[in-house]
Ligand binder design. Structure first.
Ligand code: 13P
Ligand code: ZN
Ligand code: NA
Length: 283
């Protein structure tokens, strides 16, 4: 059955690799993610934003992930990505999610801390680990829109304080990544990441990994990054394959056929990312 991300991230953190956390938007994409992880023998995190939960339905989501986890030989976790309220976290805990993120990064520091603390206290009663963010990661993720001029890098001293005060299990800093693809080459602040890692005692999460070069992702593994989030690249390749399929087979009406190339492409991409993250055979 579904596993907690706690042990997965701790092992990755100790051994300088990372677990891929992939945005699962529907059954086909979820199955493709699992198939890729299985072929690589890698643990994997299925993650869903509040928007995806709204689209799929939380009970369907849990049931799909649970049956995937039951069949898989590798560890599978179900994570709430960018949870935007105490309420959505509670719904996910009740439904059986095995990991949650509460994102109060748009709030003032004290309010962010208060919200994260409240979530952590409840989640930990159920042995569910919590991820939280400080600073602002740029780009667009669901209703979350952060313009370039609004990006605030995480202050390492504040990060240390935040993690200590909240008791979270993993920390998402802003060090130059953004959700979505990049218009120009991203300027990742590795010195900042290094200092954050020195001050913060828990695994670090890299958001916005779509569009980041493989060598830059790998470099981050040396600085405590133990969970890496990919969403946009999966969506892009899936949509591209669907478009391609219908341009070649405009009359096709069988979803058991037209979803197949997209699913295969997502699986191949997941395998590539797992190679980059060095989590192959860690499951
Ligand atoms: P990308 O869409 O850039 O891969 O970011 C994903 C993410 O950070 C999900 O939380
Ligand atoms: Zn994110
Ligand atoms: Na990105």
């Amino acid at each position: 059955s579904l596993v907690s991300t706690k042990q997965l991230l701790e092992d990755a953190y100790q051994n300088h690799y990372a677990i891929g956390a992939f945005g699962a938007h529907n059954l086909e994409i979820m199955k493709a993610i699992i198939a890729g992880a299985e072929e690589m023998g890698s643990p994997v995190i299925l993650q869903t934003t509040p928007g995806t939960i709204k689209y799929v339905g939380i009970e369907y989501m849990k049931a799909m992930a649970e049956s995937a986890a039951k069949q898989a030989k590798v560890p599978v976790a179900l994570h709430l990505d960018h949870g935007d309220s105490f309420d959505i976290v509670m719904k996910c805990l009740r439904a059986g999610y095995t990991s949650v993120m509460i994102d109060g990064s748009h709030l003032a520091l004290e309010d962010n801390i208060a919200l994260v603390k409240k979530v952590t206290e409840v989640a930990h009663l159920l042995d569910v680990p919590v991820e939280a963010e400080l600073g602002t990661i740029g780009g667009v993720e669901d209703d979350l829109v952060v313009n370039e001029e609004e990006v605030v890098y995480t202050d390492p001293k504040m990060a240390e304080f935040f993690v200590k005060q909240t008791g979270i299990d993993s920390f998402a800093p802003a060090f130059g990544t953004a959700h979505g693809m990049y218009k120009k080459e991203p300027n990742l602040q590795f010195d900042l990441l290094k200092e954050i890692n020195e001050r913060v005692a828990c695994p670090i999460v890299m958001h916005g990994a779509s569009g980041i070069a493989d060598d830059a992702v790998q470099k981050a593994l040396d600085y405590g990054v133990s969970k890496v989030n990919f969403s946009t690249e999966l969506k892009l390749i899936y949509a591209k394959e669907l478009r391609q399929y219908f341009s070649e087979h405009s009359e096709e009406d069988d979803p058991r056929k037209y979803f197949v190339p997209g699913t295969e492409a997502v699986k191949a991409l997941v395998k590539e990312k797992i190679t980059v993250l060095q989590s192959k055979s860690k499951g």
